[in-house]
Write a protein that binds this ligand. Structure first.
Ligand code: CP
Ligand code: NVA
Length: 303
């Protein structure tokens, strides 16, 4: 039963397949999107900047007939003006879904603990499940399937990598995550993803990781909130840029993915992200299609 999305393993494989199928169907036939949020509002609370996530949520809710309400951190001042629980209770009394981008993942747990409406993680320090849904959608569009594909994530074992690991585990993708020492994917995430039946391997060499990969994925070396570590991270990740040589090692079928925003010359070379094998704009557009289908699932569409 899907009643929230704090991390992708809140979805069972059945819900995940339904969300991806419906997203693809509605993308092909936008005229068939029903107003399942008609008469409802969705709160979208942000403690960090956003381009894709905010716009995808607002467009998704509007095209489902609902009303998105964008709320900045400074407007509500959680745990200063009032507690996270009281904010969540108030939002839940007027909104069908609470979506939130937060620094600390635990804040999402606290909000969900206080309310019955679904809470959706729009990125936390630990996870970015809405991104992973759009990633899976993009991979399925490209290859026609997910089961048995090989995805190589090269870079920081961060929130994006964690949600990708759960997405891979739930969909039969074989994932290898290659990171420099000290920046590996959280062992708890690896264990949880493996317990779902997933193949999640760790690697220390990006060239080993990308061999036979269908997808080469990377993200920024310094995530939002880690800006003080930027210089140290630039040093630690030297030599880890996804460039044409690394893409050549992945084989001719491999596409390049990045959740964006990107830093050309750091985690990815311009020749790759702006080259013919990059699917990053399709991936960005799919944020809306994935979010729309997710919201419909959360309010019971098709079940
Ligand atoms: N990929 C992603 O979440 O982008 P934004 O930070 O711009 O929302
Ligand atoms: N890992 C990045 C993703 C941004 C969409 C961050 O958390 O800043």
């Amino acid at each position: 039963m899907t009643a929230r999305l704090l991390e992708l393993d809140d979805l069972g494989p059945g819900a995940l397949t339904r969300i991806l199928d419906r997203a693809l169907r509605w993308k092909r036939e936008p005229g068939s999107v029903p107003a399942v949020l008609g008469g409802h509002a969705v709160a979208a609370y942000f403690e960090k900047p956003s381009t894709r996530t905010r716009v995808s949520v607002e467009v998704a809710v509007a095209t489902l007939g609902g009303h998105p309400i964008f709320i900045r951190e400074e407007d509500v001042r959680i745990d200063d003006r009032e507690s996270a629980e009281d904010v969540a209770r108030t939002l839940a009394s007027m909104c069908r879904i609470i979506a939130a981008r937060v620094r600390a993942h635990g804040l999402l747990e606290r909000m969900q603990g206080a309310v019955d409406v679904p809470v959706v993680n729009l990125l936390s320090d630990a996870a970015h499940p809405c991104q992973a849904l759009a990633d899976l959608l993009t991979i399925r569009e490209r290859f026609g399937t997910l089961e048995g594909l090989r995805v190589a994530y090269v870079g920081d074992g961060n929130n994006v990598a964690a949600s990708l690991a759960f997405g891979a585990a739930l969909s039969g993708i074989e994932l290898v995550v290659a990171s420099p020492p000290g920046f590996e994917l959280d062992p708890d995430v690896v264990e949880r993803a493996r317990n779902l039946g997933g193949t999640v391997d760790l690697a220390a060499d990006p060239y080993d990781a990308v061999r036979d990969a269908d997808v080469v994925y990377t993200d920024v070396w310094t995530s939002m909130g880690q800006e003080d570590e930027a210089e140290q991270r630039r040093r630690a990740f030297a030599g880890w840029t996804v460039d044409a040589a690394l893409m050549a090692a992945a084989g001719p079928q491999a596409v390049f993915m990045h959740c964006l925003p990107a830093h050309r010359g750091e985690e990815v070379a311009s020749e790759v992200i702006d080259g013919p094998r990059s699917v990053v704009w399709q991936q960005a557009a799919n944020r809306m299609h994935a979010a729309r289908s997710l919201f419909a699932e959360l309010v019971g569409e098709g079940r």
